[in-house]
Design a binder for this molecule. Structure first.
Ligand code: DGJ
Length: 345
């Protein structure tokens, strides 16, 4: 605001002096300043470094806010990318690298806290083997058990296993102890997120039924097991990459379409209760790049104190997954509708 008043003052002063040349120069400088300030507010950490200057490796990420600190968890993607043969979709893979953890007080400076959940070498039948798939980890805190609970998608390299894995820790940063994986109520589980409501109830939200349906399943009180209470939603809509948030008592679910690692248009759905009924609306993204979610795929929506909602998404580099980056954008809820705009054109 101060900057705005200062600019207006300089502009009036130049006008008074009838200095057209300086006014033109000042106008151009002002345009550049506006662009710069928009891009910093857009928070698009393309080449994003931690507090030690290392590239942040946390893909398909989720956030836990606990005791005044934000904890970021994500897939560690490291090593050569290869394509699984005989698959009719974009089955590009890197070794499963486990789950990383970073912490931050301001959501800008991230300290590397280490590997929260380690993969395992040489156990091809185990869920955490480096030859398997560990994706989209999300962590919530259980106030009753005082445990931190991590849910994630675990799979075989051809995605035929489709299970939800769960791990637990006494500390937010880990190490997390892997418990087991399940098919909730017998249903396939791929892309997922967890959502903890204000009443302490938590839900696993996952692409099910071969990605045809999004299932929403109430977790047990200790958050370690799915319950029988679940609703298939967005049936036959083929959505993945779910990101759930709550605003003014309503629940919002942003998701992508299923096009492997290639970006597509997001949609959002709204409900009065987590267990539905959900109504799907159009694309929350607006402006250039909206049709491809700005070349990215949703992973999480986080409320940042004093700033508002932030939409977090992955810019996948499918042929070199380690080089995948991120885009974080302000998200607004206006009259019940969701809007995400990328101010950096
Ligand atoms: C899209 C999913 O959202 C990603 O997490 C990953 O599973 C890729 N598909 C694999 O192609």
């Amino acid at each position: 605001m101060e900057k705005y008043y200062l600019s207006l003052g300089v502009w009036r002063c130049l006008k008074k002096q009838n200095n057209y040349f300086m006014r033109r120069i000042f106008f151009i400088a002002l345009c550049f300043a506006c662009l710069a300030s928009f891009s910093s507010s857009a928070q698009t950490p393309k080449n994003w470094l931690d507090t030690k200057g290392h590239v942040i490796n946390a893909h398909g990420a989720g956030v836990l806010y606990y005791n005044g600190t934000y904890y970021l968890f994500g897939e560690i993607k490291k090593g050569n990318t290869w394509r699984v043969p005989n698959q009719d979709w974009e089955d590009y893979r890197v070794p499963a690298g486990g789950v990383s953890c970073y912490s931050s007080k301001d959501f800008q400076h991230w300290k590397y806290e280490g590997v929260a959940l380690s993969p395992v070498k040489g156990q091809p039948d185990g869920d955490l083997d480096t030859g398997r798939v560990i994706e989209r980890p999300k962590v919530i805190y259980n106030a009753k058990t005082r445990k931190f609970v991590m849910w994630m998608h675990v799979d075989k390299k051809d995605y035929s296993y489709s299970q939800a894995g769960v791990a637990v820790s006494d500390s937010p940063v880990g190490p997390y102890k892997y418990i087991r994986s399940v098919k909730p109520n017998g249903n396939m589980a791929r892309d997922m997120t967890v959502f903890k409501d204000d009443d302490g109830k938590a839900y696993l939200v996952f692409s099910s039924d071969n990605n045809n349906t999004m299932d929403i399943c109430l977790l047990s009180d200790d958050y370690l097991s799915p319950t029988k209470t679940h609703v298939p939603t967005l049936v036959n809509r083929r959505r993945e990459a779910p990101a759930v948030f709550k605003s003014n008592g309503k629940y919002y679910l942003i998701s992508s379409s299923c096009t492997g690692w290639s970006p597509n248009a997001a949609t959002y759905a709204v409900a009065d209760k987590m267990l539905g009924t959900w109504k799907e609306y159009g694309n929350p993204c607006t402006g250039p790049g909206a049709d491809s979610t700005f070349s990215a795929q949703s992973t999480y929506v986080q409320w940042i104190k004093g700033k508002g909602f932030l939409f977090m998404a992955d810019i996948w580099n499918k042929t070199d997954l380690e080089k995948s980056t991120y885009i974080w954008l302000p998200l607004k809820v206006t009259n019940g509708g969701v809007m995400i705009n990328n101010p950096v054109k």
